[in-house]
Design a protein. Structure first.
Length: 463
């Protein structure tokens, strides 16, 4: 790999407009840092691209030498696919332009954008692009994996709001994909992850929205079971303007938490209402009836504030490990197992995240995009979050153990953005009946599996 990286560097350095960073050089350590410290690596070369031409040159040089290559947008890959050991990273962080057409309600998003880059630009026109919930997440990885967030029920997945892609494929070609040009590739990019190339631009639809009604509250341990029983049935009939997320965790010792709840298992409730606040109040009041009154906070927040309020809870440099899945219905036995596991969480920052999808995301046909998981509305993510390497085994074991106990009640399927790096066997499960079509698209655009640092779909022949 060292020889290959030297060969790539020699090939690129005279015709590269961006930065080529190697170990020991100024800026390298900052450039190699990724969000999830559990999967930190030391690449031999980081090619921080200034433009599309740099991306094409980097891909061609890497393909010629056979060097292991990762693609980085925001560096938020839970599995660590935005870096590699001893190989090359194609870094898009200098490519963060967003161009908004307010009248058409459309935008062009460069491949290196963070969600915060997109939100800042679109909110100047009073518009939003439906995306995730942490502003320092890379937009590319989120969109290509599907993209769920606060607005999924109202406006669909992130990938449902993309009308066109421009990408550099494995041979260095610049290719467009939309409903008319390369429609199979367009289909595969909406949920297929980074398997097909480096996306340098997204053409997306926008929607008018500047603020929401946000309500938060904590349910004490004795109320978690009735809360989940209420939630699972309530959400099936809830309006699209309501999004209600629940996380099971240990309450922190902070001023905002009632004293009697601190250090105890709780359910954190976060609800938004997108429409007229007065129309949403009855729904929010009913939902919060099982919350400790002293913990309830309801307010109008700007969309940018909504999109950044989780940033501090998921900072760069901590260690993260996940397993995820879907339920058709959250049965009593699964609730029992979750409640037992909360009390045994090895880290107070760990969460069992529960969300109800449905709505606009479920109205898109399962055949229309590569993304799966549209039929089972309950999505669960076991997200372990801790600081010290010495606690790796305990935290990973907790996630794996709970997942294995919950798995029998789950529906087949997994959201690839919530997958860790040790779940290669579950990749076909993410696509199910779409798998053969995914393999065909992969085989056409990346027959040698150059783009393999992802939740990988091997081509028919791998070299």
């Amino acid at each position: 790999m060292v020889e290959a990286s030297e060969e790539v560097y020699a090939s690129l350095h005279r015709r590269f407009a961006g930065d080529l960073l190697r170990p020991g050089q100024s800026g390298y350590e900052d450039a190699r840092t990724i969000w999830n410290a559990l999967v930190a690596r030391t690449p031999a070369l980081i090619a921080r691209c200034a433009d599309v031409g740099d991306v094409q040159n980097a891909v061609r040089a890497a393909a010629e030498t056979g060097i292991l290559t990762a693609v980085r947008c925001g560096g938020h890959s839970l599995a660590g696919f935005s870096t590699c050991e001893g190989g090359m990273v194609i870094d898009l962080s200098r490519m963060r332009q967003v161009t908004v057409d307010p009248e058409a309600r459309r935008a062009r998003i460069a491949g290196g954008c963070l969600l915060g880059s997109v939100d800042t630009a679109t909110q100047k026109a009073g518009l939003i692009f439906p995306s995730g919930v942490v502003s320092h997440t890379g937009a590319s990885g989120l969109i290509l994996g599907g993209g769920t967030g606060w607005l999924t029920r109202r406006f669909g997945l992130s990938c449902d709001n993309v009308e066109g892609f421009t990408l550099v494929t494995a041979d260095g070609s610049l290719v467009r994909a939309n409903s008319k040009e390369n429609p199979d590739l367009f289909w595969g990019l909406r949920g297929g992850g980074g398997n097909f190339g480096v996306v340098t631009e997204f053409e997306v639809k926008l929607h008018p929205l500047t603020s929401v009604l946000l309500t938060e509250g904590l349910s004490r341990e004795a109320d978690i079971r009735p809360l989940l029983e209420c939630w699972r049935d309530f959400m099936a009939e809830a309006p699209l303007d309501l999004k209600w997320n629940i996380d099971l965790r240990i309450a922190p010792h902070t001023r905002e938490v009632p004293i009697e709840l601190r250090g105890r298992p709780v359910a954190g409730n976060s609800l938004i209402w997108i429409g007229d606040p007065e129309a949403g109040c009855p729904y929010l009041e009913r939902a919060l009836s099982l919350c400790s009154p002293d913990s309830v906070n309801s307010r109008i927040v700007s969309f940018v504030d909504l999109q950044t309020m989780a940033d501090a809870a998921f900072p760069h440099g901590r260690r993260y490990y996940t397993k995820s899945g879907y339920f058709n219905y959250l049965d009593d036995g699964s609730i029992d197992r979750m409640l037992e596991a909360v009390a045994a969480m090895p880290s107070p920052e760990t969460q069992i995240e529960l969300a109800y999808l449905g709505g606009a995301a479920a109205r898109v046909s399962a055949k229309e995009t590569a993304f799966g998981g549209r039929n089972a509305p309950f999505i669960m993510n076991l997200l372990a979050n801790w600081a010290e390497a010495s606690a790796d085994a305990a935290n990973i074991s907790w996630v794996r153990g709970l997942f294995s106990r919950l798995r029998p009640a789950m529906q087949p399927g997994v959201y690839i953005n919530f997958m860790s790096g040790d779940e290669e066997d579950r990749v076909p499960e993410a696509y199910q009946e779409r798998w053969d079509r995914m393999v065909a698209v992969k085989s056409h655009y990346d027959p040698n599996n150059f783009f393999r640092l992802n939740q990988n779909i091997p081509p028919k022949r791998s070299y």
